[in-house]
Design a binder for this molecule. Structure first.
Ligand SMILES: [Zn+2]
Length: 241
């Protein structure tokens, strides 16, 4: 199974076939030959979407989940589905794109924290289900003042305003990536096997299996929501429509 979201996170729909069928929690679950659904992880919620069976029957996904490195869509249907059946799959794009913006914003902000927080080490991020608030958790020491937290977000906004290119490259091992990106590398230095690095050109390079936008400008500006000893929460400023 090919996970297309890793190479093209902008693909909203696809025609493919059913590759595997299981039963998960008494529901039918299918995996597709070419998968565009993000199964969740790294603080980013799983995608939702629909599949179209036999070109007419439209079924919403109940859950999208990772099972032994294979993405399965569990479906609320009693319809007969067989391996090899043609499927048209569509992700809920507005929801996914909001997560891509939030997730990429987290890379920018963690790049700031790496520079501004002494002995910085990341704990993790969380993106709200609503796709507008991101919480970055970390260890390290800083003054823990409102003005500092605000200045972190201001610096992130400066990077966003420069509309920097974001690229994805795969390296055969972590040391090749660490050597290439040098001081902008942020992430573990011990890791076995192939590694996928997300680079915000000249600013940040980090191993990640998530979905990202192509330029920092696509994120839109950020606003500080809250902060604590080990966390900064920010929201994306959406255009009022
Ligand atoms: Zn990422």
């Amino acid at each position: 199974m090919a996970n297309i979201y890793l190479t093209n996170s902008y693909l909203k729909d696809i025609n493919t076939i059913v590759k595997d069928i299981r039963e998960i929690k008494k529901k039918i679950a299918i995996s597709l030959e070419e998968n565009i659904f993000y199964p969740g992880g790294g603080g980013q919620p799983a995608d939702k979407g629909i599949i179209k069976l036999k070109s007419i029957l439209e079924i919403p996904t109940l859950r999208v989940l990772n099972l032994n490195d294979k993405v399965f869509l569990s479906l609320p249907t009693s319809e007969q589905i067989s391996i090899g059946d043609p499927i048209h799959a569509e992700i809920d794009w507005n929801r996914r794109y909001a997560y891509m913006q939030c997730h990429t914003a987290a890379h920018v902000v963690m790049g700031v924290l790496k520079r501004e927080v002494q002995n910085y080490s990341p704990i993790g991020i969380n993106i709200s289900e609503t796709g507008d608030i991101v919480t970055a958790k970390f260890n390290g020491s800083w003054r823990r003042q409102m003005e500092d937290a605000k200045s972190f977000i201001e610096r992130a906004n400066e990077i966003i305003g420069r509309d920097i290119n974001i690229t994805i490259d795969t390296y055969k091992d972590i040391s090749a990536a660490v050597n290439k990106y040098n001081e902008i590398y942020r992430g573990p230095r011990e890791f076995s096997g192939e590694v996928r690095i997300i680079t915000i050109n000249g600013w940040d390079a980090n191993p990640c299996g998530g979905t990202h936008v192509k330029h920092t400008g696509e994120i839109g500006y950020l606003r500080l929501v809250n902060f604590g000893i080990q966390e900064i929460a920010f929201s994306l400023i959406r255009d009022e429509k």
